[in-house]
Write a protein that binds this ligand. Sequence first.
Ligand code: ZN
Length: 232
Amino acid sequence: MTKPTFIIDCPWCKAKVAAEQEGIAEEKGWHPDDGVPHGERLYVGNCPRCRTPLAGESHQVDFEGIDAEEDRWSDIVRVFPKPARSFSSWRIPNVVTDSLNEADKCLQVGAYTAACAMLGRALEAVCRDILLPKNFDPDIPNSPLAPEKKIMLAEGIKKLKEAKHIDERLFAWSQELHAFRNMAAHPEDIVIPRQDVEDLQAFVYAIVEYIYDLTDRYEEFKARLVKNKSKK
Ligand SMILES: [Zn+2]
């Protein structure tokens, strides 16, 4: 008897594969607060090519008898191995994290152009977060600190470098991302290879780690040194 399969991205084969399903866990119900239905599934199986164990999650998007004629589930997104990258700094704005997560999902389902657009969105959000005055409130129309215009990616990258938030190398990586983001954002007939998207993703991760996580860590490290010195 052949095993059932599910489609998932294998990070080692760098392709979508029909994993041989070994198990599935499912939970369905209604949200206690608003009564909205939900469904979650966790799939476990092996890559048919390299035998790596793979686990992926899917959530229900249509509900039979409630909002659709039949149940429908989202594409399966891998959670093991190599789950979506996470960062530790509390300073990272949600729009950055959300864009990075969405880029990773796009990458896993083979939507490489969309992944590039999302990576560009993440970096643009970093630029705005770092460069706009912190007490500026976009919801107050005549906020005294309102910038004259929003910071766009090209200008933002340059300013990050000028203010030494990033060095030459991160600046070069940012410029590559900017070029790909522009390609992705315009309706031209292009193919962006997976390898390029994976590289750009690694560059954006490095920039976010450098600007937020490592900077926080260094500040904490320095503060600890000063504290220990004063104890002696
Ligand atoms: Zn594989």
